[in-house]
Design a protein around this ligand. Sequence first.
Ligand SMILES: [Zn+2]
Length: 96
Amino acid sequence: MHQLRDDFFDEGRRLDADPTTRHLSVCWICKGRIDYDADQGTTPESHHLDHRKPVSTHPELQEDPDNFEHSHKACNQQRGAGAPSPGLGEEMPAWW
Ligand SMILES: [Zn+2]
């Protein structure tokens, strides 16, 4: 899992470095740009690997790269496990 996480971070950093692909590497929750200069999880604006389908309900997808999303550490933590993100046709979580 650690290797997958690092690979995903490197991919995001590559996408962010190119203005034509930068939109693919933004936070999938708030659509803001992620600070790829910071190490993963070290600041609120730094990168976190989020799971589109929460591991709590889809443990089989924990190591499936198709289920990975780029996010801010702060956004991922605020979202928490299990709360569906807005914009996918699902109900807004209570904190929104
Ligand atoms: Zn964010």
